[in-house]
Design a protein around this ligand. Structure first.
Ligand code: SF4
Length: 328
């Protein structure tokens, strides 16, 4: 749990991060665009965001893993835009379509404080924050000034730069990174980043160097610090999933806490036909058995039959960010 920082350190790191926006290299896309221009209009890079922070949702969310959700929910902050923009994104309304409202860090800090007091959430969970890291660091500094002692979760795509993670460490208690792809060709086709496997492995290594494996407090089993890696199963890509788990095991060992997610839903039509369906029980079993055979000791799993398989009706766990309450 975070113990507080001297005032100077609080503001230095956000300022350093804001400098990077002048030729943006906040993520491994390294667009180099002037999101804070010397003069004229701010530019946007691959993430389609400028220097204006945009926020899609601030509120409790019950759909994370048990040590993150607990009984009262995780205090999520969904930011508009994404540096990865996967074709199948489950949150495409915010990552691709730009739903969200402009907000400054002070207003966001106020909303987070309100959420903490109203819902008594277990943590503050920034979802896909890396393209807004400077604003997020500043927001965390402001909330900490108000007395925040809850763990801060960085919920990340895995496609992060080491330099930015080094800055993020000061503002983070729990890293929740994805490890999506073992195959570069798949990463290229679905997320336009063939370097994803090596970049994400290096990023997770840095997260583990900073925080170690996820640890939980005894009373309610809520996560306090550390790393929990997630893998979303893509229908039709069992080999990619099995190899991704093997890579994680070889790199980080059996004690790495791992969440295997089978919630994939085709939220919009995909060119790749297998991505227009949900994950089958057989696919899920092959991947879960592989994880068990490897010997992972701490697995969080979502069984597909517990999730809706009817393609006609969008399941309730797929958020609708055009609504004021996306998760209801
Ligand atoms: S954060 Fe956005 S603009 Fe900056 S490097 Fe990444 S994709 Fe490009």
């Amino acid at each position: 749990m975070h113990m507080g920082h001297p005032e100077q350190l609080r503001m230095e790191q956000p300022n350093r991060a804001y400098e990077i926006l002048k030729e943006c290299k906040l993520c491994p896309r390294n667009c180099g665009v002037a999101r804070i221009p010397k003069a004229g209009t701010p530019r946007a890079g691959y993430c389609r965001q400028t220097d204006q922070l945009k926020v899609a949702y601030v509120g409790p969310h019950m759909g994370e893993e048990p040590p993150i959700t607990g009984k009262r929910g995780s205090g999520t902050v969904f930011l508009t835009g994404c540096s990865l923009r996967c074709s199948f994104c489950q949150n495409y309304q915010i990552s691709h379509e730009g739903i969200g409202e402009p907000m400054d860090p002070k207003e966001l800090a106020n909303r987070i404080s309100h959420m903490i007091h109203r819902f008594r959430v277990h943590n503050v969970n920034f979802v896909t924050p890396d393209h807004f890291f400077p604003h997020v660091f500043q927001t965390i500094s402001l909330v900490r000034q108000k007395g925040l002692t809850l763990p801060v979760v960085m919920n990340l795509s895995g496609y992060q730069s080491i330099e930015m993670l080094k800055l993020a460490g000061e503002f983070t208690d729990i890293y929740l990174p994805d490890f999506k792809y073992a195959h570069s060709s798949l990463a290229k086709r679905l997320s336009a980043c063939p370097d994803y496997p090596s970049t994400a492995l290096a990023a997770i290594e840095e997260m583990l160097r900073q925080k170690g494996y996820l640890t939980t407090e005894r009373k309610e089993g809520i996560g306090t610090t550390g790393v929990l890696v997630r893998h979303l199963i893509l229908p039709g890509y069992v080999e990619n999933s099995c190899e991704a788990l093997t890579m994680l095991f070889v790199e980080f060992g059996k004690r790495l806490p791992l969440s295997i997610m089978s919630q994939y839903y085709p939220v919009r039509p995909q060119k790749d036909s297998s991505l227009n369906r949900t994950v089958t029980r057989e696919e899920f079993d092959r991947i879960l058995n592989h994880a068990r055979d490897l010997g992972f000791e701490k697995l969080y799993v979502q069984f597909p039959e517990n999730l809706r398989q009817d393609l006609e009706t969008k399941p309730s766990f797929v958020p609708d960010f055009s609504s004021a309450r996306p998760f209801e």
